[in-house]
Structures are given as structure tokens and as C-alpha cells.
Design a protein around this ligand. Structure first.
Ligand SMILES: Cc1cc2nc3c(=O)[nH]c(=O)nc-3n(C[C@H](O)[C@H](O)[C@H](O)COP(=O)(O)O)c2cc1C
Length: 188
């Protein structure tokens, strides 16, 4: 059983995060979802609240609703792994530059560097091929972040090409592999 922070960004593929969270909880993991403000335009936090059996984190400054356990440092201290699926060009760029202007990007920066970070990108094929996006992916990989490939095919925008979010079973497999590696490195 692992404690998984699941970041969800503003992409058409955001709905797949609900299935991912559901499968992770069915496997016995504890999942806390963090939705960017733009992710909340694509899916309702209620779906994630329900499958995670935990309130999703929606904002860094939530006023009267603020809960200490939603603080970025508390979230970073809690997590065994950060998974961002779908990861937008925006979050990849922010993380590659050390920008921390919302709860998800701040948590990504506040995590101990030994905690695995897994990003599953999803975007239009031209965005994905853009040299800046590719440079950000390389930068993150050099830092030890795990950036999954995308798949090729029909994109929600109507184009064909590279940039589709990997299928949920493939993302799950990568999460389990990383958790196993992290456990083995603690034991050795
Ligand atoms: C209909 C629609 C679909 C979008 N899909 C994606 C996407 O799949 N990937 C991406 O990087 N950006 C996508 N965007 C743009 C992002 O939502 C935008 O860059 C936003 O600033 C991302 O914010 P976030 O990373 O904080 O969630 C989409 C925008 C719209 C309006």
C-alpha cells in the first residue's frame, strides 16, 4: 500500500485520471488527488473525491475551507510518489523551470528528491513536438523525473499524431514498477 499524490491537469484526457485513481484505490493504495484550476474545467472534483474516498485538493489558498493537511509541505511529506496524469505542456514547463505558482507545481518542488515523480504527458502533436516541450522533458529526465512516452493516433482536437495519454494499464504498470524500485532501494 502506497500513498500516492495524483496531479491532474487541464487536458481533455483528464477524465482518464478518474479511472486511474479508481484502479489505484482498488489495488489498496491511498490516493490524494490535486486538480489544477484548469483541470476543474474538464472534470468535476466530486468524481475524484468519490473514488479516492478523500477530498481532492483544489487550491493553494482555499480561504475558510483551508485544511492543514492540504498544505503543500504536508502533502509533500505525506507522499510516497507523485503521479501527474495527464501532464500538460504547462506543468512540464513549470516543473522544468522551478515555477511554483499553484498547489501542484509547488508540491512537485517541495517533494524530497528521493520521492519518485512520474509524469504522463498528453497534448496536441505539434505541442508535444515543440522543441521547448521536448527540452523541458529532457531537463526533467536529467533531474531523475520519470516522463512517460505518449502514444500515437487520433487526438481529441481531430488531428492524428504523437501526444495521446498512455492507456491507464500502462500508467499503472509504471507506477507499480517505480514503487517497487523505491521499496527495494530503502531495503538495500
Ligand atoms: C479543450 C482544451 C483541451 C486542452 N487539452 C490540452 C492537453 O491535452 N494538453 C495540454 O498540454 N494542454 C491542453 N490544453 C491547454 C491547457 O488547458 C492550458 O495550457 C492550461 O493553461 C493548462 O493548465 P494546467 O497545466 O494548470 O492544468 C487544452 C485546452 C483546451 C481549451
Amino acid at each position: 500500500m502506497a500513498k500516492i499524490l495524483l496531479g491532474v491537469c487541464g487536458s481533455i484526457a483528464a477524465f482518464k485520471a478518474v479511472d486511474l485513481a479508481s484502479k489505484l484505490t482498488q489495488e489498496g493504495h491511498l490516493v490524494r488527488a490535486i486538480l489544477t484550476q484548469n483541470a476543474q474545467k474538464f472534470i468535476s472534483p466530486l468524481s475524484l473525491d468519490y473514488v479516492c474516498r478523500q477530498k481532492a485538493v483544489l487550491a493553494q489558498f482555499s480561504g475558510a475551507d483551508f485544511r492543514l493537511e492540504d498544505d503543500h509541505i504536508a502533502l509533500a511529506d505525506w507522499a510516497d510518489i507523485l503521479v501527474v496524469a495527464p501532464a500538460t505542456a504547462d506543468i512540464l514547463g513549470k516543473c522544468a523551470c522551478g515555477i511554483a505558482d499553484d498547489v501542484l507545481s509547488t508540491v512537485a518542488l517541495a517533494l524530497d528528491m528521493r520521492i519518485p515523480r512520474l509524469f504522463a504527458p498528453a497534448m496536441n502533436h505539434r505541442m508535444y513536438a515543440h522543441p521547448l516541450v521536448q527540452k523541458n522533458i529532457r531537463t526533467l529526465r536529467e533531474l531523475g523525473y520519470h516522463i512517460l512516452p505518449t502514444s500515437s493516433g487520433h487526438l481529441a482536437c481531430g488531428h492524428q499524431g504523437e501526444g495521446r495519454l498512455l492507456e491507464v494499464p500502462d500508467i499503472l504498470q509504471s507506477i507499480e514498477r517505480l514503487l517497487e524500485e523505491a521499496e527495494n532501494s530503502i531495503e538495500s
